[in-house]
Design a protein around this ligand. Structure first.
Ligand code: SAM
Length: 282
């Protein structure tokens, strides 16, 4: 493995700082800096970029971002044990790494970067990854504060993010992600790349916000998809009763077949239903 920076190998850093992985924090560390460099590059050219990283841990991806030329990395880490290792990285890249100790679920991301264009790159803790993504996709303001998201998920979650109508993986997450972003899977990462190895394969996903998603309210779209996919095997004339009203006028106005099931409705169909449910035009 070629060295990407003058810092010690990650295995040594982890041993020296006693960073035994904690399952409760979703800790599966990447030690191969060639692999973390590949993830960093999947976010696009790094030269001068501002990057927000969630869960830097011992810093494998952080180092790849900085060595790749990121001008500024803002990293949010919940586990205080990782801070001394991250401080060593900050010292090796003066003025370029800012570490925030805290829970990413409680961070005001839009305020972090002070309005500068930024991207998010992260090997997310599995236990909070979907919540974080949903938070980033459901902001009222659109286009959002970030330019792109490059994120590692369990493969099964990645498949749900990019799923097309008609597939088993298609559901609320796929509608939300496909409505507001263009999302693609970039590459898989085998369990053996992590310490400790998780049970399943992981996948890096890259999402770019759409400049003009189809008009509809996030909240109503979430309500419609919750009702429809909450009973995904039922016909929409039944499942959409979950909206708390007779759904037939909505379904007819949207030009949809009432015997259709949620998984066969397109993102456009869901947006049309959401607009009508809000009392707007199809
Ligand atoms: N980026 C490192 C890597 O690739 O080796 C570590 C990735 S590990 C899958 C997830 C990291 O997220 C851990 O360092 C964990 O402590 C941190 N973490 C877990 N929950 C968090 C939260 N709510 N907010 C911020 N960081 C969190």
């Amino acid at each position: 493995m070629s060295a990407i920076d003058p810092l010690p190998p990650l295995r040594e850093v982890i041993a020296r700082h006693g960073l035994m992985a904690k399952k409760a924090l979703g800790q599966n560390f990447l030690l191969d800096l060639n692999l973390t460099s590949r993830i960093a590059r999947a976010s696009g050219p790094l030269e001068g970029a501002t990057v927000v990283e969630v869960g830097p841990g011992p810093g494998g991806l952080t180092r790849a971002l900085l060595a790749g030329g990121a001008g500024r990395v803002i990293a949010i880490e919940r586990d205080a044990r990782c801070l001394p290792a991250l401080a060593e990285i900050a010292a090796a890249y003066p003025g370029r790494l800012e570490v925030i100790e805290g829970d990413a679920l409680r961070v005001d991301f839009a305020a972090l970067t002070g309005g500068a264009p930024a991207r998010i790159v992260a090997n997310l803790p599995y236990n909070v990854g979907t919540n974080l993504l949903t938070g980033w996709l459901t902001g009222e303001a659109w286009p959002p504060w970030y330019q792109s998201l490059t994120l590692m998920f369990q493969k099964e979650v990645a498949q749900r993010i990019v799923a097309a109508p008609g597939s088993d993986a298609y559901g609320r997450l796929g509608v939300l992600a496909g409505w507001r972003t263009s999302a693609k899977m970039v590459f898989d990462v085998a369990p053996s790349a992590f310490v400790p190895p998780p049970k399943i394969t992981s996948t890096v996903v890259h999402l770019v916000p759409r400049a003009e998603p189809l008009p509809c309210s996030v909240k109503m779209l979430e309500r419609v998809t919750l009702a429809a996919f909450g009973q995904r095997r039922k016909m929409i004339r039944q499942s959409l009763k979950g909206l708390g009203r007779d759904p037939m006028p909505l379904i007819e106005a949207a030009g949809l077949d009432p015997t259709e099931r949620a998984e066969n409705l397109t993102i456009e169909d869901f947006c049309r239903l959401a607009r009508l449910a809000e009392g707007g035009e199809a």
